[in-house]
Design a protein around this ligand. Sequence first.
Ligand code: CP
Length: 330
Amino acid sequence: MQGSGMKQFISVTDVANINALVKQALVYKANPLADRQLGENKRIGLLFLNPSLRTRLSTQIAARNLGMEAVVFNIDKEGWALEFEEGAIMSGNTVEHVKDAGPVLGLYFDILCIRTFPSLKNREDDYSEMFINQFIKYAGVPVVSLESATLHPLQSLTDLVTIQETINNNAKLQTPNAKPKIVLTWAPHIKPLPQCVANSFAQWINAWGEAEFVITHPHEYELAEQFTKGATITHDQDAALQGADFVYVKNWSTYTDYGKMYENDPEWMLTEEKLKATRNAKVMHCLPVRRNVELSDEVLDSTHSLVTQQAGNRVWAAQAVLSDILKTKK
Ligand code: CP
């Protein structure tokens, strides 16, 4: 029983073989307790600096399926205010440096998982991923991202598991040499949101390389090229949707003029009418979703929607990642 060598899970670049990880997630879906002794006498810490429903619960369930003890800590509400800057003079509101807290957490846990959102104020700071990188530097145990300032890899692995599962169950999507068409479309929202889910989805679909991948968004909502490179990008949503097999719906704020929301054009909301241009596409969203703002009730409540299945698959994706890290550590 060997892992792939995975020592952390922060980005798709930590994954040796994407298809093997997706396959392992589907193996766990079929047999959740297949490796129930793998994590015996091991503890996993889940630190949240931001709210969560799916990530928080699915990762705990995944850990328990592997026999691990999971401890959740809402560090933003229950912990000391942490300082992350090297050399900081801590005469302000922060009480404890990550340089001191990180090694302690590393003694308590075999795997440390962290959720940290971006500030959306300073692009350079957010894209430096200082918070999660400081935990990696000081904890001394494998770190798993539960969503960081720029990426959400557990979500993206789940998304790929859901796409692969749908392909496996649909003969029409298994045409030899015909890649499925996957469209990532911007959606309206009431406030500026991080770019993490969209960045990460683009990064994973590009790295997977087994799809025709199109990203569509209004002018000035370009994502970081480091993640989108390889995708076709268009501002014409109708053209993008033509012949799509999967449509991933997500809002994000601006990247260039960082963290802004210029417009909230309701025309970008995905509707049943727009889906008529697709190949009876399946619709995905990471949740939580603003109904009738990002996605219409008619789409979310239709057979097009994969969102509940997708959220359910969060357990198997997390389990595949944790088991790989545990097997690598052995
Ligand atoms: N998709 C996702 O990460 O959901 P939560 O914020 O509820 O964890």
